[in-house]
Design a protein around this ligand. Structure first.
Ligand code: ACO
Length: 465
């Protein structure tokens, strides 16, 4: 049955990332990695991280408050709030309950939804839940709000440069400029140990890096094939990369995004898509007889498909890469930070365009889905969203740490993880006005936050503690 609500999707977005960052080139030298390994090999420029006064809760408080204020949305207008995160601070109390402080103040406690967790996929689960709610008969006319918030930190070693941190808030409702093509959605789920967090007293994952790369590509293939089939059934014509203007990927690091898009082009060659020219066919057809497993480890195929994909990548993917290259992997927020890069770069020309997104969470869960962009009324126009996001301004306002200071901080954070009875430095000098920060974890593990005052540098306590 068709939904009564029309053009359901994302009405507004806000992104927050810590102002503290580290150049990948400096980390590369510090780690003794060969020159170019992190910057060219992984394709990353810079990495954001939480200092000892920030965490997933403070970042999400900042993102939600900022979105509500900048779009002038009354907290009473929110009817569903869903959080996606894999950064476990409490095994029972959801991050959503911390965010309720914003809504309780206004007398709004009637808000459905809790947290969704499965590696980097939780944000997508939260978003699909909100979209489904607005499209359903239980929708009560209010907005849905989705928050993706993560601090991605790895133990010293090859995975460390693939960290990052951010929170993204998304307002969901009808008549949106970013519309879900809800029938055009395909998922792939399986049981794999590629990246997981079984060590409950550590923030660091157990990661089989190589396996996680292959699992990501296998899930991508499966979702793409499934999406193509669904499209053909619905539209009566084949689907290919040609049917969408942009492709947005979950971005643990940029090289995997390059390889992923090349994989879609290889799929299109195998499926004999009409836009593939003779030269491309000649280059890639010899690989079409490889089994799936062989094809994931074939370096010649990887190289040839990346060469063929390059002009398409430049047009359809490159505009989505800015924020993930600058911030690093933001786990649940990573896909939506890539989408925000597209809004930042192309907001003027997006109305009418189709954008395909691929969400991946280790373990594993994956969904590929389609968005249609359109013009909408102020304040929800694409150009206003891009202006409120202020990506360039936020990137420019960051403060670079040396690798030595970063490593020192990681040691402090290791001790702090799961700890009680401490106060932070409360040093919010690097934070922008209006940013929330952690002040204390008391002897009962209760966490307290303050908000940096908007007019001056002094801190105003958020919850009266
Ligand atoms: N100049 C240019 N490129 C270089 C250089 C150099 N000096 N040195 C190495 N490279 C290239 C390599 O050839 C490789 O590129 P390729 O894949 O195109 O061949 C790339 O840099 C990375 O080098 P590797 O030796 O493969 O890297 P390593 O094994 O040390 O670690 C990995 C990479 C596995 C991604 C690691 O960072 C990791 O485990 N990260 C976390 C897991 C992850 O992000 N998985 C992705 C999906 S799951 C998720 O989102 C969490």
């Amino acid at each position: 049955m068709a939904s009564q609500q029309k053009n359901v999707g994302i009405l507004a977005l806000e992104i927050y990332f810590p102002p503290t960052c580290l150049q990948q080139e400096a980390l590369e030298a510090h780690d003794g990695a060969s020159k170019g390994k992190y910057t060219i090999g992984l394709g990353q420029d810079c990495m954001a991280f939480c200092s000892e006064v920030e965490d997933v809760i403070s970042m999400s408080l900042t993102a939600v408050t900022s979105l509500l204020e900048k779009y002038e949305v009354d907290p009473k207008q929110i009817g569903r709030l869903e959080v996606g995160s894999e950064t476990v601070i409490d095994k029972s109390k959801s991050i959503k309950t911390f965010l309720m402080q914003i809504f309780e103040k206004c007398g709004n406690t009637d808000i459905e939804g809790v947290d969704s967790t499965n590696a980097c996929y939780g944000g997508t689960a939260a978003l699909l839940n909100c979209v489904n709610w607005v499209e359903s008969s239980s929708w009560d006319g209010r907005y849905g709000l989705v928050v993706c918030t993560d601090s991605a930190v790895y133990a010293e070693g090859p995975a460390r440069p693939t960290g990052g941190a951010a929170a993204i808030a998304m307002l969901v409702g009808p008549d949106a400029p970013i519309v879900f093509e809800s029938k055009l959605r395909a998922s792939h789920m399986a049981h794999v140990y590629d990246f997981y967090k079984p060590i409950l007293d550590s923030e660091y994952p157990v990661v089989d890096g190589k396996l996680s790369q292959t699992c990501y590509l296998m899930a991508l293939d499966s979702c793409y094939k499934n999406l193509c089939q669904k499209y053909e059934t619905l539209e009566g014509k084949p689907f290919s990369v040609d049917e969408a203007s942009y492709f947005v990927f979950h971005s643990p690091y940029n090289k995997l995004v390059q390889k992923s898009f090349a994989r879609l082009i290889f799929n299109d060659v195998v499926r004999n898509a009409s836009y593939i020219d003779e030269a491309a066919k000649e280059k890639l057809s010899p690989f079409s007889s490889l089994t799936g497993d062989e094809s994931y480890s074939n370096r010649d195929l990887e190289k040839a498909s990346q060469q063929v994909a390059k002009p398409f990548y430049d047009a359809k993917v490159q505009p989505t890469t800015l924020v993930p290259k600058q911030i690093g992997n933001m786990y649940t927020a990573s896909l939506y930070a890539a989408f925000i890069s597209l809004l930042h770069n192309k907001h003027d020309t997006l109305p009418g365009q189709r954008v395909i997104l691929f969400s991946y969470g280790s373990g594993l869960t994956a969904t590929m889905f389609s968005l249609r962009l359109r013009e909408a009324q102020h304040p929800f126009s694409l150009s206003n969203i891009a202006s409120i996001l202020n990506v360039a301004g936020k990137l420019k306002a960051r403060h670079e740490f040396t690798p030595e200071k970063f490593v020192e901080l990681m040691k402090v954070m290791e001790h702090r993880y799961g700890a009680k009875d401490f106060v932070t430095s409360k040093d919010c000098s690097l934070l922008a006005p209006g940013t929330y920060y952690l002040t204390e974890v008391d002897s009962k593990y209760r966490r307290f936050y303050a908000q940096k005052a908007k007019d001056a540098g002094t801190a105003a306590l958020a919850n009266g503690h």
